[in-house]
Design a protein around this ligand. Structure first.
Ligand code: TXA
Ligand code: MG
Length: 304
C-alpha cells in the first residue's frame, strides 16, 4: 500500500494524520467522525469553541458541504485550489460534524493545492478537517520535522510533503452577509476586493469570528515588533537590507513572498537560541505584508 493509501485508511479508521498543504502542515481527521475530531482538539490543546476548516477535493464537493452564493462561486473559480478559506452557511447533511464546526450553523471550507493533500482527499473521498498541526497558541509548522515535533505523537500516519511553499495559513473570508476578512493570508485583500468588492473587518461577535479570540502563533520567548535596533540580549529577525549582524533574515532582498514562507521557521529558530526576547524588523504592510504583520502582532501578544 502507498503512503497516501495508508493515510486515507487511517482517516477512515478514525485516526489522525499529519498532512502537508501549500500553506502549513495540518493535523487531519475525517470531518464526519466526531470522536476523531475530538482527538484533534485534545492533541492540539485547542479550545473546542474554535471551529476547524473542512478541506475538500474540488468545488463540487465544497458545494455539498456549504451553501454557495454568487460571490463564493467567483472566489472559488479564481483561487481554488489554493490558500483561500470561505465561511458559508453549512449544509447539515454535508458530512462535517457539529464538533468540527464548534456547533455553529456555518462552515469554513477550502480546496488545498498541495499535490499530497489532493491525493489524500481523492483517496479518502470526503471532507477532511485539518487545523494547523501545531499545539494551540504556537507557530504553525511549515516543515515536516516541525509538524512531527508539535503533534506527531497523536498521529497514526504522517506524510512528508517538503517545506510549505506559502508558509502562512490560508486567507479566511466570511460570506455570511457582507464579505469580511477574518484572517489575512496569501490571497490578498486587493485580489479578493477586485472580484467581490470591499471587505469589512471581522465582527466582534465571537460566533461569527471565533478565531479572533485566541492569542496565537507565540514562540516561548516574548516577541517585539517593528524594531530597528535590537538590544544585545535579543535575537533579531531582520527584513531586507540591515546594518545589524544576524543569522535571521526574513528576506535579504525584501521579497514579501519569501518572508511569508520563512516567518514561522525563523521564529522557531530564533526561539531555539533561548533569547531574552525576539525582536523583529518592520515589514511593509502592503499585499502579503498584511498577513505577515497580522501573525507578528499575534506573536507579540498585541491581538486577542
Ligand atoms: O492554511 C490553513 O488554513 C491551514 C491548513 C492546514 O489548511 N489550516 C488552518 O486551520 O489554519 P486552523 O484550524 O488553524 O484555522 C482555522 C481558522 C480559525 O481561525 C477558525 O476560527 C476559523 O478558521 N474558522 C473555522 N470555522 C469557522 C467558522 N465557521 N466561522 C468563522 N471562522 C471559522
Ligand atoms: Mg492554527
Amino acid at each position: 500500500m502507498s503512503d497516501v493509501a495508508r493515510a486515507a485508511e487511517a482517516l477512515r479508521a478514525g485516526r489522525l494524520v499529519i498532512l502537508p498543504t501549500e500553506t502549513v502542515y495540518g493535523l487531519a481527521a475525517d470531518a464526519g467522525n466526531a470522536e476523531a475530531v475530538a482527538m484533534i482538539y485534545e492533541a492540539k490543546g485547542r479550545p473546542s469553541f474554535n471551529p476547524l476548516i473542512a478541506h475538500v477535493f474540488d468545488v463540487v464537493e465544497a458545494r455539498r458541504v456549504a451553501a454557495f452564493d454568487e460571490r463564493a462561486e467567483r472566489l472559488a473559480e479564481a483561487f481554488w485550489p489554493g490558500p483561500l478559506t470561505l465561511v458559508l452557511p453549512v449544509r447539515t447533511d454535508g458530512g462535517v460534524c457539529d464538533l468540527a464546526r464548534a456547533g455553529l450553523d456555518t462552515v469554513a471550507v477550502r480546496v488545498p493545492a498541495h499535490p499530497v493533500a489532493r491525493q489524500v482527499l481523492e483517496a479518502f473521498g470526503g471532507p477532511i478537517v485539518a487545523p494547523s498541526a501545531n499545539r494551540s497558541g504556537r507557530p504553525s509548522p511549515t516543515t515536516f520535522a516541525d509538524a512531527l515535533a508539535e503533534t506527531g505523537l497523536a498521529a497514526a500516519a504522517a506524510l512528508d510533503g517538503g517545506p510549505c511553499e506559502v508558509g502562512l495559513e490560508s486567507t479566511v473570508v466570511s460570506l455570511l452577509d457582507r464579505p469580511r476578512l477574518l484572517r489575512p493570508g496569501a490571497v490578498t485583500r486587493d485580489q479578493i476586493e477586485g472580484l467581490i468588492g470591499p471587505l469589512s473587518e471581522a465582527e466582534a461577535d465571537a460566533r461569527r469570528s471565533p478565531g479572533r479570540l485566541a492569542a496565537h502563533y507565540a514562540p516561548d520567548a516574548p516577541v517585539r515588533i517593528n524594531v530597528e535596533r535590537p538590544a544585545v540580549d535579543e535575537a533579531f529577525i531582520a527584513f531586507g537590507d540591515t546594518p545589524v549582524a544576524t543569522p535571521f533574515n526574513l528576506s535579504p532582498s525584501g521579497d514579501l513572498k519569501e518572508a511569508a514562507a520563512r516567518l514561522f521557521t525563523l521564529l522557531r529558530q530564533a526561539d531555539a537560541t533561548r533569547p531574552a526576547c525576539i525582536a523583529v524588523a518592520p515589514v511593509p504592510d502592503e499585499g502579503l505584508g498584511e498577513a505577515i504583520n497580522d501573525r507578528l502582532r499575534r506573536a507579540a501578544g498585541a491581538v486577542g
